[in-house]
Design a protein around this ligand. Structure first.
Ligand SMILES: [Cu+2]
Length: 206
């Protein structure tokens, strides 16, 4: 993938906002300390009167506006990245039910608590719920989408590295909410094909 993945886009937006906030925080603290010392009653017994300054006002309107618009732009780009599913994506049906995640593959194979995907192929998740409101949360891929009974929602991600990642339910859905977790396993393509063709119950080989 040449264009940045949604993970990179989301992180870019996050670090930009975090960095700008840090710089502004530091600037305010430094100015605050300077003014407290410089204009204390001891050093500055007779306060001066200052009227408005047009240029100053233009600057402190335009500069923050530009920064905020750029934050919006980065956020919007990453949002589009998360919503724009590549056409060659493999679709997996995700069903939430109290308190587990069930995954169904194009081949008809079903696994609960375990989402297996091949490395290097975009994955589209078609999400719904069979009972109450849940939310599919895969922090490693910046994916968090509600699972709503009677409605289908979607998410996608690009599995770029072999490994095991956590899946959570992100909305409180009842007693077992905290246990409503699953694993995401990214396998090399051959291993995935082997697994998907295996008729055995998915839980056995995990
Ligand atoms: Cu839940």
């Amino acid at each position: 993938m040449n264009s940045p993945t949604p993970v990179q886009q989301v992180d870019q937006a996050f670090y930009f906002i975090f960095g700008v906030s840090g710089v502004i925080l530091l600037g305010i603290i430094i100015a605050l300390i300077y003014f407290v010392v410089r204009y204390s009653r001891k050093r500055n017994p007779i306060p001066s009167r200052t009227r408005g300054n047009v240029w100053l006002e233009i600057i402190w309107t335009v500069v923050p506006l530009t920064i905020a618009m750029f934050m919006f732009y980065l956020g919007w780009q990453s949002y589009l990245g998360l919503r724009d599913v590549p056409e060659n994506a493999m679709a997996v049906k995700v069903t939430a039910q109290t308190f587990q995640w069930v995954f169904e593959y194009p081949s008809g194979k079903v696994s609960d608590g375990l989402l297996m995907v091949p490395k290097g192929k975009p994955i589209r998740l078609n999400i719904s719920s069979s009972d109450t409101l849940h939310s599919l949360f895969i922090p490693a891929f910046r994916v968090k989408v509600d699972a709503i009974p009677g409605r289908q929602t979607y998410a996608w991600f690009y599995p770029d590295e072999v490994g095991t990642y956590e899946i959570f339910c992100a909305v409180f859905c009842g007693n077992g909410h905290a246990d409503m977790t699953a694993k995401l396993r990214i396998l090399p393509e051959e291993e995935f094909n082997e697994w998907i063709q295996n008729k055995k119950d998915a839980d056995d080989d995990w």
